[in-house]
Design a protein around this ligand. Structure first.
Ligand code: FAD
Length: 410
């Protein structure tokens, strides 16, 4: 069976709504490297498709960082299908609208109603705490995966296939899925060369303010009463803000030119430096930032689309940030990783013979690579649009946004 036949059989639908609980008639042992959002989603989808799953994670405990994440309908549709609808409702906030503002005056230049209108896309838009989201996916996948912590993969034999851990232990399987993030080692194995992610020129501060603090301030309380996704656009920077955890916390993401941060989810940034970097933003932002006690700082990386996601042995494949890291300016990095997992699981529910493994992997790549490449490119484009210097292009951007907003509010 060729990759084309599999790809065509599934159609071009990127979310692959077609999975109907089918189990593969041939069960594989799948080794997933990395227990991030992508690795967990892949563990769930491949186990549902009838495969035995081992997840190897270098960290000594599982979890995610103290920050928010936007989860759009292309993903919440899948999460609901996986039975997580009620659990999501309890931990998430549904934004009423997306609002774009000018950084110095706070003037509203763009507005699009979201709320229940998102249901036109088949599922809600949610704002969630990353740790809650990670736990939700962990609880879903845990009963059907063998998770091994402190298990760092340092070598791969692509033909066996097998992986060697830093302890020297060799773990054998039938298929290796590299869900090992932006600094992926498995990606090097697939390409046969080092291909480090590229600096995008931007870095992100991330901070959370307790809503109880903001509620006492009449200037800030409206951000809690009517939860929206608000972005303030400035030359070379922007700031995004939204409620998470049933409105109990307020999440800030502050994007700015990179001045030597590190690629780590847990690196502390200086809250004072952050306040200084955004001191020309409107007074309400100054108030919000005055309440920030600590901040995380992260260098934003991406890379050009890879020539392939599948090793020539046909036994190793990539997923998530390992193959398509992107700027978070469309909030689609984790979304794409979870879509990857849904497609991979769906395809591997068809498996009936070993000779189909490589064609299925190529079908997966064919279905996913164009969509993720477009999303990488449009995220880069948003960097330019959001960060225009004040001048004619920025004025044209704002007046087009205002026109659309007026039509929306009419
Ligand atoms: P990761 O989460 O990086 O997981 C990789 C895992 O592999 C890690 O646990 C790591 O410890 C493990 N690992 C690495 N190497 C090895 C090894 N050799 N052996 C064993 N284990 C290994 N996306 C959205 O969809 N919506 C958003 O709103 C959003 N906002 C964002 C905001 C910011 C500031 C940033 C930086 C990103 C944002 N993203 C967002 C993107 C999203 O966070 C990532 O795309 C997503 O977390 C990638 O998941 P992953 O599972 O592919 O990789």
């Amino acid at each position: 069976v060729s990759a084309d036949q599999f790809a065509n059989a599934e159609g071009v639908s990127h979310t692959l709504n077609l999975y109907n609980g089918r189990k593969a008639s041939l069960s594989l042992h799948v080794i997933i490297v990395g227990c991030g959002l992508g690795g967990l989603a892949a563990a769930h989808c491949l186990a549902q498709a009838g495969h035995r799953v081992t997840v190897l994670e270098s960290a000594s405990a599982i979890g995610d960082v103290g920050a928010g994440i936007q989860v759009s309908p292309n993903v919440t549709r899948l999460l609901r299908r996986w039975g997580l609808g009620d659990a999501l409702e309890k931990i998430a906030v549904q934004p009423e609208a997306v609002v774009l503002r000018r950084y110095d005056t706070g003037e509203r230049v763009g507005y699009t109603k979201w709320g229940t209108r998102m249901l036109e896309y088949g599922a809600p838009y949610y704002h969630i705490h990353r740790a809650d989201f990670h736990k939700l996916l962990y609880d879903l996948a845990a009963p059907n995966m063998n998770l091994r912590l402190k298990a760092t993969v340092v070598h791969v034999d692509p033909d066996a296939p097998s992986v060697t851990l830093s302890s020297g232990e060799v773990v054998h399987g039938d298929l290796v899925v590299g869900a090992d993030g932006v600094k992926s080692y498995i990606q090097q194995v697939v390409l046969g060369r080092a291909n480090p992610a590229q600096a995008t020129g931007d870095a992100a501060y991330r901070a959370i303010i307790p809503s109880s603090v903001m509620a006492k301030d009449p200037d800030l309380k409206p951000f809690l009463d009517e939860p929206e996704m608000t972005a303030w656009m400035a030359p070379g920077r922007h700031l995004m803000a939204y409620c998470i955890r049933a409105r109990k916390e307020f999440n800030l993401v502050l994007l700015h030119p990179d001045d030597g941060s590190v690629e780590s989810w847990t690196a502390e940034g200086s809250a004072d430096r952050m306040r200084q970097d955004f001191s020309d933003f409107e007074p309400r932002i100054q108030k919000m930032l005055s309440y920030v006690q600590s901040t995380l700082k992260w260098r934003l990386m991406d890379r050009q689309p890879l020539e392939t996601w599948v090793h020539r042995s046909g036994k190793i494949v990539l997923l998530g940030d390992a193959c398509h890291p992107m700027l978070p300016y469309r909030a689609q990095g984790a979304a794409m990783a979870i879509e990857d997992a849904a497609v991979l699981g769906n395809l591997f529910s068809h498996l009936s013979d070993r000779s189909q493994i490589a064609p299925l992997l190529h079908a997966y790549e064919r279905l996913r690579l164009p969509r993720t490449s477009d999303t990488q490119a449009s995220s880069r484009l948003n960097q330019k649009i959001f960060h225009l210097p004040d001048g004619p292009d920025q004025q044209r951007r704002d007046s087009e946004m205002r026109e659309a907003m007026e039509a929306e509010l009419r």
